[in-house]
Design a protein around this ligand. Structure first.
Ligand code: COA
Length: 323
């Protein structure tokens, strides 16, 4: 039986930092409100001209180095992003060009903040079926480009970044299971209301290129769906919640993270939290959190990790990983 295993992780955050105090000068908000309601203290913002592919490239090279692989070993590239450099080619193809890789399949996956879980699930299936042996899986976003910086309800929540993993074929269990869900009926809870298919003129006329969100409803939906997916993941693997070593959640809001940890009966010192420093980086948040905890020595080889995320769509998903 072929398994896929994470053999290296990488991450990248742009240099520019925007603190809550900086935001106080931009919209009617306060450091205290943002910290109390979300747990966020600061976020990183891409420089002018710095694109999603720029962030993805650094994260990808770091993951390759950690895995002891060269770009030439890669035979599949999957990039999860909501903020591609271009409408086409895909950011995965642009990344492939940067890495000087030629010929292997490269494509983007769009599931907003659940994107990395979807990308990991797809890449895992390629590896398990023998269609790829060394996959580069990336979550990368410049979400700051689609945030309305005059809307205090959304602009305090998001940041930019990229995270990546190398997924390799092997005999030992690695990715134990992945679970992906969506319910398109909840489209308007969290969306950008216009896209290219409606015509550029409409987008410009309505200034409708920014994230719109019904925050309280998203909060409730997140807590409910994550609670369900925790049960589904444990059940699928015949595991008890006490057998999970680390929860690596999507970093949207500390209160949502705490609710999932409570559901798992996990103390917060077994939960990887980066939301305070990085805010919500959408598809990048889970691989960035994983990379942070691997590099600072918290997550060790052989441990069992529960990765989970939710986002626009509405989408939600999880992965159980033997690291
Ligand atoms: N600063 C100060 N006040 C703010 C504010 C801000 N940045 N944003 C909203 N407020 C105000 C509101 O206008 C409201 O004022 P009112 O009572 O006078 O009407 C008050 O704070 C409470 O707003 P509410 O939206 O009820 O707060 P909340 O406790 O639900 O917190 C969120 C708002 C957005 C932090 C919370 O709903 C949330 O995190 N939702 C999930 C969002 C998410 O995860 N999105 C990404 C999904 S991938």
């Amino acid at each position: 039986m072929i398994w896929s295993r994470i053999t290296g992780t990488g991450g990248y955050l742009p240099e520019k930092v925007l603190t809550n105090h900086d935001l106080e000068k931009m919209v009617d908000t306060s450091d205290q409100w943002i910290r109390e309601r979300t747990g966020i203290a600061k976020r990183h913002i891409a420089a002018d001209g710095q694109t999603t592919c720029d962030l993805a490239e650094v994260a990808a090279r770091r993951a390759l180095e950690a895995a002891g692989r060269s770009a030439q070993d890669v035979d599949l590239i999957v990039v999860a992003t909501t903020t591609p450099d271009k409408i086409f080619p895909s950011t995965a193809c642009l990344l492939q060009q940067r890495l000087d890789v030629h010929g292997c399949a490269a494509f983007d996956v769009q599931a907003v903040c659940t994107g990395f879980i979807y990308a990991l699930g797809v890449a895992d299936k390629f590896v398990r079926t023998g269609s790829a042996r060394c996959a580069l899986v990336v979550g990368a976003e410049t979400f700051s480009r689609i945030v309305d910086w005059t809307d205090r309800q959304t602009c305090v929540l998001f940041g930019d970044g990229a995270g990546a993993v190398i997924l390799e074929a092997g005999d030992e269990p690695g990715v134990l299971s992945t679970h992906m869900h969506a319910d398109g009926a909840y489209e308007t809870l969290l969306h950008v209301p216009f896209g290219v298919s409606q015509g550029y003129d409409k987008v410009c006329e309505h200034h409708a290129y920014y994230v719109e969100m019904r925050g309280t409803e998203v909060f409730k939906m997140a807590v409910n769906t994550l609670g369900r997916i925790v049960d589904e993941t444990l059940e699928a693997n015949g595991l008890d919640r006490s057998q999970i070593d680390w929860l690596i959640p999507h970093q949207a809001n500390i209160r949502i993270i705490q609710a999932t940890a409570r559901k798992l009966g996990m103390p917060m010192d077994r939960v990887v939290v980066t939301v305070d420093e990085q805010a919500n980086t959408s598809a990048a948040s889970v691989p960035l959190a994983l990379d942070t905890a691997v590099r600072d020595g918290r997550v060790k080889r052989g441990e069992t990790l529960l990765l989970e995320a939710f986002g626009g769509g509405f989408t939600w998903g999880s992965a159980l990983v033997k690291f």
